[in-house]
Write a protein that binds this ligand. Structure first.
Ligand code: FE
Ligand code: FE
Ligand code: ZN
Length: 291
């Protein structure tokens, strides 16, 4: 079973979101825990979250992923902005505990001239202040394109953060195919080489989710403009190789492509057809070999 889903709006509640996800053929999904561009969170609705949790279980969903707001910068220069980041993450994690066993992903942030080492230390400081060993949510660092002073464009930076976290068992990484390519990792021509490099520097066991996005720009462009699958520089062949990679294929795959729910549903259907075609081809190859 391959877990494929998309980023969905939770504006109408989490139960409604889960039903919408199932309706477009998804068996995982991602959502913002609060307004992505603001810091305010709606009051938590435990009943809605309980219904969502029950629905996800009944419909055999894989791990789902909450996403932090974009404005969060845990390695800002300003202490107040860093404190706000910690506050937002703590609030989001309190929400995620109502959906136990899932993941929460955040963009590591921008060090705004303080340097990579200071940035990574500040990010780890925040995680050490917020993470609880008993929590049931795994917190993921997202791989970024590394534009400006953005942290997370290099695998070494992710390692530098993870090394300093005191509760590593509650931590992981979310790969983003558009971001990795834009950051300069050539997953089109050498996915195996890139994954081997990640394994050597960070370790593939840390990867708990993957954002599957095509990219409008070539490898190394550092632009971060997502494209629909097959309409960018990665192509559906690259995405298919990611979905079927032996070290990744058990993970939840989330589309963050420029599409509405219906469009995401079409992308999911297309990917499932391609997966099935490939499975049959491999089966036939297997037959030929045994004959
Ligand atoms: Fe993201
Ligand atoms: Fe992403
Ligand atoms: Zn992006």
């Amino acid at each position: 079973m391959t877990y494929i889903g998309a980023h969905m709006s939770s504006a109408g509640g989490f139960y409604k979101m889960a039903r919408k996800a199932a309706a477009i053929g998804a068996n995982t999904c991602q959502f913002f825990c609060r307004n992505p561009r603001g810091s305010r969170a709606k009051a938590l609705d435990p009943e809605d979250l309980d219904q969502c949790r029950a629905f996800l279980a009944e419909n055999a969903f894989g791990v789902v992923v909450g996403h932090a707001p974009y404005i969060m910068n845990p390695c800002a220069r300003d202490e107040g902005i860093r404190a706000l980041a910690a506050e937002m993450m703590a609030g989001d994690l309190a929400l995620m505990e109502h959906l136990p066993g899932n993941c929460y992903v955040f963009h590591p942030g921008s060090h705004v001239g303080q340097g990579v080492e200071t940035g990574c230390r500040l990010i780890a400081d925040m995680l050490n202040a917020v993470l609880r060993p008993e929590q049931q949510t795994t917190v993921l660092l997202e791989t970024m394109v590394g534009k400006g002073s953005e942290i997370g464009g290099r695998f070494e930076e992710l390692r530098m953060i993870l090394e300093q976290v005191k509760v590593p068992e509650r931590m992981g990484v979310c790969m983003d195919t558009c971001h990795m390519s834009d950051a300069g990792y050539d997953i089109v021509h050498d996915l195996d080489g890139v994954l081997a490099e990640f394994d050597r520097i960070v370790g593939l066991d840390w990867v708990k989710a993957v954002h599957i996005n095509d990219s409008l720009h070539p490898t190394g462009a550092k632009k971060d403009r997502h494209a629909r699958i097959g309409e960018g520089t990665l192509g559906s062949g690259t995405i298919l190789r990611v979905l079927t990679h032996p070290r990744l294929r058990h993970l939840p795959f989330l589309l963050e492509t420029p599409n509405d729910d219906a469009g995401h549903g079409q992308e999911i259907a297309m990917l499932r057809v391609q997966l099935e075609t490939e499975r049959k081809e491999n089966q036939n190859k297997g037959w030929e070999e045994t004959i």
